[in-house]
Design a binder for this molecule. Structure first.
Ligand SMILES: [Fe+2]
Length: 254
């Protein structure tokens, strides 16, 4: 991990502690919405601005490859990015630079799935051990593909570690607790939420209430308890801009 990478963590951790220890959840949410009122709404949406910058073009090229391979994963990635940025803002991450890194990381969190055959991604029967091994390679594949791209260095935590779990039972490294980068701990919950809230080729969508119950049950097991509390509060109070319908994000923004 490079120096800038570490500094980013300190920044996020400091703000997280301010938001959750110094005040209660309600206080953190009030601060979030006071800030959000002044922030550009279109910042949340990757495609609502032009793609003139070389960096935006690079990300769009990756996303178009993902879209060609798996429209389902592409739509999921856009929704997860939207939600992850909002959850990070709730934690007190207000810097546009920091939020841009989080957005980029979340947009590309499943980019490694391009290497997984479509028949495995959409398999309706039980996955074999080999299938699972292949799927569990996608965070490492993403890291391998994206790490040579300089401007994505501060965004790599999310693609690389979003399947790590609070209790150490995740992959690829089996990290536990706060050893898992904070941005990856945030995205672990938004990823799980979106995956279960939307229909997949191999199962139906689960209701919002049931998904929140499942997430709460996994607090301190799969997920960071503090992030779980804040996320569930946000979702229960409908404090986020998120549409769990299966309509692609781009169509909703049109
Ligand atoms: Fe993933």
């Amino acid at each position: 991990m490079g120096e800038g990478f570490t500094m980013n963590h300190k920044f996020v951790s400091l703000n997280f502690n301010n938001a959750t220890n110094g005040r209660n959840i309600k206080g953190a949410l009030v601060a979030f919405f006071l800030h959000k009122r002044n922030s550009a709404k279109d910042f949340l949406f990757f495609r609502s601005k032009n793609l003139a910058t070389p960096q935006a073009q690079v990300i769009d090229n990756w996303l178009q490859k993902l879209k060609q391979h798996s429209l389902e994963t592409y739509d999921h990635s856009l929704r997860v990015a939207q939600l992850t940025v909002q959850l990070a803002q709730t934690f007190g991450v207000y810097s546009k630079t920091q939020l841009a890194h989080i957005k980029n990381g979340a947009l590309l969190h499943d980019i490694g799935k391009i290497a997984i055959p479509q028949e495995i991604l959409t398999k309706e029967t039980t996955l074999t051990l080999d299938d699972r091994r292949m799927i569990e390679c996608h965070p490492s594949t993403a890291y391998e593909w994206l790490s040579p791209i300089a401007f994505l260095q501060p965004a790599l935590d999310i693609p690389h570690y979003h399947h790590e779990r609070w209790n150490g039972g995740g992959y690829p490294l089996g990290l536990a607790g706060e050893a898992i980068p904070l941005t990856a701990r945030i995205c672990a919950i938004t990823d799980y939420w979106d995956a279960l809230s939307n229909t997949r080729s191999y199962r139906s969508a689960i209701s919002k209430t049931d998904v929140l119950t499942l997430i709460q049950q996994q607090s301190g097991k799969l997920f960071d308890p503090n992030i779980t509390n804040l996320f569930c509060h946000m979702m229960q109070k409908n404090l986020v801009n998120y549409n769990s319908s299966n309509m692609p994000v781009q169509a909703r923004l049109a």
